[in-house]
Design a protein around this ligand. Structure first.
Ligand SMILES: [Zn+2]
Length: 91
């Protein structure tokens, strides 16, 4: 059995396996993007895969703190769209 480190949601601070979270990654070119595979290299921040935490993030903008890097408006706009799409997929 491979041990997987726990990740924490930037909003509600719940800890869980990273596969249970939405991963947002700070890329090498300093753009910040949604990482649906969880495999992109770079610093990651995590959000629960639920509407409550996603909507809270869109108001509170805690991801930039989690990433310890500012997120540009353009990146955030794109990110918001992708996060909302995740909400829509939630059953
Ligand atoms: Zn959460």
């Amino acid at each position: 059995m491979k041990k997987t480190p726990l990740r924490m949601c930037v909003i509600c601070r719940t800890k869980a396996d990273k596969r249970d979270f939405i991963r947002i990654v700070l890329n090498k070119d300093e753009t910040v993007t949604f990482d649906p595979t969880g495999k992109v290299s770079g610093r990651g921040a995590y959000l629960c895969r639920n509407e409550k935490c996603i909507m809270a993030e869109l108001k509170a903008h805690k991801l930039s703190k989690g990433l310890r890097h500012p997120i540009t408006e353009a990146d955030y706009e794109q990110l918001a769209k992708e996060l909302l799409a995740q909400c829509a997929n939630e059953v």
